[in-house]
Design a protein around this ligand. Structure first.
Ligand SMILES: *Cc1c(COP(=O)(O)O)cnc(C)c1O
Length: 365
């Protein structure tokens, strides 16, 4: 079987380095907010091209904390995509703000600027831009849109580790960027973890308080924050995994190139290729097909496991049915949800695996 992820197949050297890191933390006797977290925060912020990284408990928390640190909350609207992980919207709701759903551009499944403009109101405080599947596009246009409407740009970078647009990293464009290190992300922990990245010192200091019960000085609490701290154990392991990320990302791009040139089937469409190679880290390689469910069954019979990201657009999720949205509707998100399919695209795949996936797709009738 070709799997969507296979951590057991990772290089022995990496597994050994993670075990050494775990031992180092256990022997240090320091488990919360110590040197490992500080070091990983520094390394990851620098990889993103910003000054501050604040390690938190998850990507969802990173979104909530980013918004709260920007003083966005009750009564404020945040515009985001109807085609994203539920966690994107959950982070907005947890911050006390009101999500407003915009539609996607069908060629990329990324947020549509025209739709976002229809969603803006006098209560809009931010656009939460999701770098879906690992793609970054037209960041200059997003910055211009947010500037002209006087709203903040916040980036959901949960799928965009090391993605960059014209040499600038994901999370360095907006007021803040929210990363997840959920195990299956391109940089994943052995559990839950996340980070807020920003260049803004005041925002960073606020996020540092929010993740730690809202305390400024120990036992002196300014506001009801969260308990959402990145653990020393995860930080130490993430530091080791981060060393492998450039080569793992290069392998994802190779696999994507092979798919792009090898897949030939009139029942299958590819998303638009990135403008430059650094602008896509292929967290997911997504195709669309009018016969998606039959294709998924066919691939499984051929030994290829796939997933659907995501089978429901956000406004079809039970708690989101009444959310405000683009007055022209969200038909592109609905259509994408019914057609999209994510192919295996992880760094441990062999060339043989990749060819097997291509042949299985091309053999679908
Ligand atoms: C995974 C993901 C999140 C949430 O991250 P968690 O660490 O699971 O809380 C948020 N947004 C997107 C786009 C994601 O893919």
């Amino acid at each position: 079987m070709i799997l969507m992820n296979d951590f057991t197949a990772e290089p022995h050297e990496l597994q050994e380095a993670m075990l050494t890191a775990v031992r180092r933390v256990l022997e240090s006797g320091r488990y919360i907010l110590g040197d490992e977290v500080l070091a990983f925060e520094r390394h990851w912020a620098s990889a993103c091209g910003v000054r501050y990284g604040i390690g938190v408990g998850s990507g969802t928390d990173a979104i909530e904390i980013s918004l709260r640190a920007l003083e966005i909350g009750p009564g404020d609207e945040v515009v985001t995509s109807a085609m994203t992980a539920f966690a994107t919207v959950l982070g907005i709701v947890r911050a006390g703000a009101t999500p407003v759903l915009a539609d996607i551009d069908p060629a990329t499944a990324l947020l549509s600027r025209a739709s976002v403009e229809r969603c803006l109101s006098s209560s809009t405080k931010a656009v939460l831009l999701v770098h879906l599947y690992g793609q970054m596009r037209t960041m200059d246009a997003w910055l211009a849109l947010c500037k002209s409407h006087r709203v903040l740009l916040v980036e959901d970078c949960a799928q965009a580790h090391l993605s960059a647009w014209r040499g600038k990293g994901a999370g360095s464009f907006g007021a803040a960027g929210a990363y997840s290190f959920y195990p299956t992300k391109n940089l994943g922990a052995a559990g839950d973890a996340g980070m807020v990245v920003t260049d803004d010192k005041v925002l960073a200091q606020h996020a540092i308080r929010l993740r730690d019960y809202g305390q400024r000085v120990r036992f002196h609490h300014d506001e009801p924050g969260l308990n959402s701290r990145l653990d020393e154990l995860h930080a130490a392991m993430l530091g080791e995994r981060m060393k492998w990320l450039p080569q793992f990302t290069a392998r994802r791009r190779q696999i994507a190139e092979a798919y792009r040139s090898g897949i030939r089937n009139t029942l299958v469409q590819l998303l638009e290729p990135p403008e430059e190679s650094a602008a896509h880290v292929y967290h997911l390689f997504v195709i669309t097909s009018p016969k998606r469910d039959a294709l998924q069954t066919h691939l499984e019979k051929q030994g290829v496991l796939t997933l659907v990201h995501y089978p429901l657009p956000i406004h079809h999720q039970k708690p989101c049915r009444d959310l405000a949205r683009d007055p022209q509707g969200l038909s592109c998100s609905e259509r994408h949800a019914s057609r999209c399919l994510s192919l295996p695209c992880h760094p441990q795949m062999s060339d043989n695996d990749v060819n097997k996936v291509i042949e299985a797709i091309n053999g679908f009738r």
